[in-house]
Ligand binder design. Structure first.
Ligand SMILES: *[C@@H]1O[C@H](CO)[C@@H](O)[C@H](O)[C@H]1NC(C)=O
Ligand SMILES: [Mg+2]
Length: 272
C-alpha cells in the first residue's frame, strides 16, 4: 500500500517535471535510483496534501468531470478540493492527450468531408488558452484549478510566453493551412498580452494566422458576448467560419458559432 502510494506520487512528480519543461510531451518513465528520489522529493512533499478520496459531496470526480464537459456543471469557481489529485492525474497523464486526440481526429475528418470553395474566405476560429497553447506548467504549480484563479500570477506566466503548444491542436492547425482554410485566433486575453502571445505562438510553431483577436483593455462583458461579437464581424466582412474550436463552452456558444464547433477538454477552470 505504502509502496503503491509512493509509486503513484513519483509518477505524478515525474509528469509534473515533464510538464514544466518546454516540451508538452509527458514522460512518466521513472528511474528507480535514490538520486532521482532526492531530486523529486520537494515535489512529492508539495503533492502530499493533494491526495484526496476522489469524491466531492458523494459525487465521483470522473462524474464531475463529465458533467463539466457536457456543460451540465456550470459557473464553478474552482475544482472541488477533493478532485485536485484526480484532475492532476487526468491532465499530466495520458488521458487528457487521448481525449484531445479524439476531438482533433473528428475535426480533421470534418475538414476532409468539406467541399471547399477555396476563395480565401474560409476561416477557422481557434481559442488560445488550453486550445492552441497549454498552461499546464502554470496550473501544475497552482493546484490544477483547485486554488482560486490569481490573475496577477497568471498574467506574469502568460507574459513569459513559455506555454507549450497542445500538440493535437497543432495537427489540426497545420491541416487547415494545407487545405487553404485560414486560422483566426480569438482569445479572451487582453491587448496588453498581444506581444507575448504572438511570440509564444510563433515559438511553438504556429504561424500564418489571418488575425489574432484579443480583448480591448476596457472591454466589460461576458466571454460569449466578446467572442460571438468578433465572429459576427468576421461574417459581416464576408468570411465563412467553417469551424470553431475551444476548451470552454463560451468559445463555441453564441451566434454565429461557426458551421461546426469542437470542444477540447478542460477540467481546470470555467469561463462563462
Ligand atoms: C497572486 O499572485 C501574486 C503574484 O504571484 C501574489 O503576490 C499574490 O499574493 C497572489 N494572491 C493570492 C490571493 O494568492
Ligand atoms: Mg481557452
Amino acid at each position: 500500500m505504502a509502496m503503491a502510494r509512493t509509486t503513484a506520487l513519483l509518477l505524478v512528480a515525474a509528469a509534473l517535471l515533464a510538464a514544466s519543461s518546454s516540451a508538452w510531451e509527458v514522460n512518466i518513465q521513472m528511474p528507480a535510483s535514490a538520486a532521482v528520489d532526492d531530486a523529486v522529493a520537494p515535489l512529492i512533499h508539495a503533492l502530499r496534501p493533494l491526495l484526496g478520496s476522489g469524491k466531492q459531496a458523494g459525487v465521483a470526480c470522473d462524474s464531475w468531470r463529465l458533467g463539466v464537459e457536457a456543460h451540465n456543471v456550470r459557473d464553478w469557481k474552482t475544482v472541488p478540493a477533493s478532485c485536485e489529485d484526480y484532475v492532476g492525474h487526468y491532465m499530466v497523464g495520458d488521458h487528457y492527450r487521448r481525449d484531445s486526440k479524439v476531438v482533433i481526429d473528428q475535426a480533421i475528418a470534418y475538414v476532409d468531408s468539406l467541399k471547399l470553395a477555396g476563395n480565401g474566405k474560409e476561416v477557422w476560429v481557434f481559442d488560445v488558452d488550453e486550445t492552441t497553447l497549454s498552461n499546464l506548467p502554470y496550473y501544475a504549480k497552482h493546484g490544477f484549478g483547485a486554488t482560486p484563479f490569481n490573475s496577477t500570477s497568471f498574467r506574469a506566466y502568460a507574459r513569459e510566453g513559455s506555454a507549450p503548444a497542445l500538440p493535437e491542436t497543432k495537427r489540426l492547425y497545420n491541416k487547415l493551412l494545407s487545405v487553404g482554410i485560414k486560422p483566426v485566433i480569438l482569445t479572451g486575453r487582453r491587448e496588453n498580452l498581444r506581444a507575448s502571445t504572438t511570440t509564444n505562438l510563433r515559438s511553438q510553431g504556429y504561424s500564418r494566422w489571418m488575425k489574432l483577436l484579443l480583448k480591448q483593455q476596457d472591454f466589460r462583458g461576458s466571454s460569449v458576448t466578446f467572442k460571438s461579437g468578433e465572429r459576427q464581424k468576421l461574417q459581416d466582412a464576408g468570411y465563412i467560419i467553417v469551424g470553431n474550436i475551444g476548451d470552454q463552452w463560451s468559445d463555441i456558444l453564441g451566434a454565429p458559432e461557426g458551421a461546426r464547433t469542437f470542444k477540447l477538454p478542460d477540467p481546470m477552470y470555467y469561463i462563462g
